[in-house]
Design a protein around this ligand. Structure first.
Ligand code: IMP
Ligand code: MG
Length: 179
């Protein structure tokens, strides 16, 4: 347990646990797409550390691209509005696309993105998220590859932010505003 200013935080998933799980996910993805090419689509900015680690654990002919969407303002509540700020640089028709996310929370972002991208006729379209918070789901959506399932607590670190802070923590922590 540590305290930074007005917040209390506690480490939930250590850097070693993350590394181990990312390795397992990479192995599974490598097996599942054997003999195929793969396009990893990272959702900025939260997916950055996970994307960087995951891509190095995948032994395939692989390319990467990024999208930026906004579903959160600077608060910790989902607005439910998904806006595309940066679209893909490359076409995805006929490609195996794997969306890489930091967390599936309400599911609104990925639900929208999956529909949006499936309209471009990829060969396959799946989701890989390091975290899943199923208790918060507002729409029906499931990740195909999930690192860890977490409780309904606000999480930071390993790409996840609170008002743009804490993305650089090498571990995953939950954070609570002090009473
Ligand atoms: P959604 O509610 O599934 O659409 O989540 C969209 C985005 O909200 C995620 O990609 C995260 O960037 C952010 N988010 C959701 N839950 C958390 C959290 O516990 N900590 C930090 N960011 C979160
Ligand atoms: Mg975010």
């Amino acid at each position: 347990m540590s305290t930074r200013g007005d917040f209390t935080s506690e480490v939930l998933i250590t850097r070693e646990q993350l590394a181990q799980r990312v390795k397992e996910l990479g192995k599974q993805i490598t097996e599942d797409y054997k003999g195929e090419q793969l396009l990893l689509v990272g959702i900025l900015k939260g997916s950055v550390p996970f994307m960087a680690d995951l891509m190095r654990e995948i032994d395939l002919d692989l390319a990467i691209d990024f999208m930026s969407v906004s579903s959160y303002g600077s608060s910790t509540k989902s607005s439910g509005v998904v806006r595309i700020i940066k679209d893909l640089d490359t076409g995805i028709e006929g490609k195996n696309v794997l969306i890489v996310e930091d967390i599936i929370d309400t599911g609104l972002t990925l639900h929208y993105l999956k529909n949006y991208l499936s309209g471009r006729q990829p060969k396959s379209l799946k989701i890989c998220s390091i975290l899943d918070k199923p208790s918060r789901r507002k729409v029906e959506i499931e990740g195909d590859y999930i690192g860890f399932t977490v409780e309904d607590k606000y999480i930071v670190g390993y790409g996840l932010d609170m008002d743009q802070h804490y993305r650089n923590l090498p571990y995953i922590s939950w954070i609570r505003v002090k009473e």
